[in-house]
Each structure stands twice: as C-alpha cells, then as structure tokens.
Design a protein around this ligand. Structure first.
Ligand code: SF4
Ligand code: SF4
Length: 280
C-alpha cells in the first residue's frame, strides 16, 4: 500500500495533466503482440459499482463476488477498506477472468480496466482551494497499444469505453471517500468500517439487512422508495451512501422516525441528559 501511495503522490506532482480535449494515440485489439499481457500481476482497485456489474454478469451474489474474486488488504494507514481483484495463484498471477480470447467479463469489466491507458486523479484540498480531478496517461512498457496509429481525445476514449455510467456512480462514492471527515484525519471505528463495507460493496447483504431488521421503523422511508430499494441496485447503492453520511458524518441525508425520536428524547430526559430551558 505504501508503494501505491507513493505512486499517487508522483502522479499528482509529476504527471502531465490531460483535459477532455487532449489527444493521444492508442488502440488495443486481439492482433497486438502483447494481447492479454496486462491482465495479470496487476493491482486493480474495484469500486462498489464494479462489484455490482460483476455480480450481475456472473449471476452470483455480491457476497460470492467478494469472497471468490477479491481481496481487501488490511493496512493501518487506510481510513476505510479497499477492495481489489484477486489474481490467480499461478506463475503469471493471471486475472481470474482472462482467457485466450481476452476478457471474460468484457461488457462488465471494472472501471480501471476500461480506463486504461488513462488514469484519473483526485487532488486533495490544497492551499489554492479545491483542485479539479484530472486525467493522465499510464504508459506501461509492456503495452504496444501506444504504437498503433489511432488518435483520439480523452472524451472520445471515455465514450468508447462506456465510462460515463461508471463515473456517475463514482462521483457519488467520492463524495463519501473524499469527505472532509477523512481529509481532516478522521478514522472509522471497526463497527463503522463494517457498515461501510456492507453498504458499499456487499449490496445483497445490505438489502437483506434493510428488509430483515427494524431499520425502517427507526428511519423514515416512504413506501415508494422502499419498493425501489427492493428492485433497483443503483438506488440501493445511493441509499447506502446516504445512510453512511447520516450515520458517520451526522449529515441530514436521512430522518429518524418521529416516534423513535420522541421516545429517545423522553429516555434522555428521564436520565437527565437533556434539560428544558426552564430547568436551567
Ligand atoms: S477484468 Fe478483464 S480486462 Fe480486467 S484484468 Fe481481468 S481480464 Fe483483464
Ligand atoms: S498491454 Fe496494452 S495493448 Fe496489450 S492488451 Fe494490454 S492494453 Fe491492450
């Protein structure tokens, strides 16, 4: 993880920043001599939306995707868990989805695989105010795609790779991960790390939790939204992130049920933890 942090720093400080109009030459196709060479021994971070797409493609649960195909390396420097694709235990450390024909989950391949050779960096707050996200080119020595004669700009590449719907969810996720709470040094306690992991990555389990616990008696959610949460995975993911912002950062993204709030208030008054102005 320290190496990855170092690379991030180098990218922020040294890599040329590209805009959506910046052009580059690149083409990846089965005819390149390096075909599939990049699908092994590689660190691929997975977003919550990547897990959803893989689970739908593979026809399994999010729990199965996470346990069979991912690792979540522990590092005390991390403020929240990260999820990475687990490479096979063979000489090439191959991706579990690669075959001679190429990527076996191509239509639902992760964000990082779609983006390559582009990367996107999110600078943290700086003295100059919030810097904007930027794109950069990652030129791996093994990659012959740069020798191909196809020129395109960043925006054309994003369109070509179907990145935009991934980015829409990515932006929602980043509002959580780049929250001031973390930028100012906040860390999640273990029980909140579990909440984070379930609500972001293990959505089938999160859905079971919502509908199999007293959640909806404590938090106000209208019937239309509840019906949506049963069927719509993207709505569920957004709801999970709103819940985390409510429970972890104390934002007003959810409302406590009035009856629960009143009985909690009565309980605190009885304990003397809340006092009326007239009592002071
Ligand atoms: S998911 Fe597909 S594109 Fe990504 S590393 Fe695996 S085989 Fe390659
Ligand atoms: S190394 Fe580059 S050109 Fe070769 S398969 Fe991977 S992305 Fe395509």
């Amino acid at each position: 993880m320290k190496e990855i942090e170092k690379l991030k720093q180098t990218i922020l400080e040294e890599y040329p920043r590209l805009s959506e109009d910046s052009t580059f030459c690149f083409k990846c196709h089965p005819g390149v001599s390096c075909f599939n060479d990049c699908c092994g021994d590689v660190n691929i971070f997975l977003t919550p939306y990547d897990i959803l797409r893989l689970r739908t493609k593979l026809g399994v649960t999010t729990e199965e995707v996470l346990s069979k195909y991912t690792i979540s390396p522990f590092d005390e420097n991390l403020k929240y868990p990260v999820v990475m694709l687990k490479m096979e235990d063979n000489a090439k450390k191959s991706c579990p989805f690669v075959s001679e024909k190429g990527c076996g989950v191509y239509e639902d391949r992760p964000w990082a695989c779609r983006m390559y050779p582009l990367g996107m960096a999110s600078p943290k707050d700086s003295d100059k105010g919030k810097e904007k996200d930027f794109f950069f080119l990652l030129k791996e020595d093994v990659c012959k795609g740069f020798d191909e004669k196809r020129e395109l700009n960043v925006s054309e590449w994003l369109e070509d790779q179907g990145i935009n719907e991934y980015n829409e969810m990515g932006e929602y996720f980043k509002e959580f991960t780049l929250h001031d709470f973390f930028l100012k040094g906040g860390n999640l306690p273990p029980e909140k790390i579990e909440m984070f992991f379930m609500a972001c990555y293990n959505l089938d389990t999160f859905r079971k939790f919502l509908f199999g616990s007293s959640f909806f008696t404590k938090i106000e959610v209208d019937e239309e939204t509840k019906a949506k949460l049963k069927e719509d995975d993207v709505a569920l993911m957004k709801f999970g992130l709103d819940w985390l912002r409510f429970a972890i950062f104390g934002e007003d993204t959810m409302k406590i049920n009035k009856d629960v709030a009143t009985s909690k208030e009565q309980e605190l008054r009885a304990k003397g933890e809340i006092k009326d102005k007239t009592d002071e």
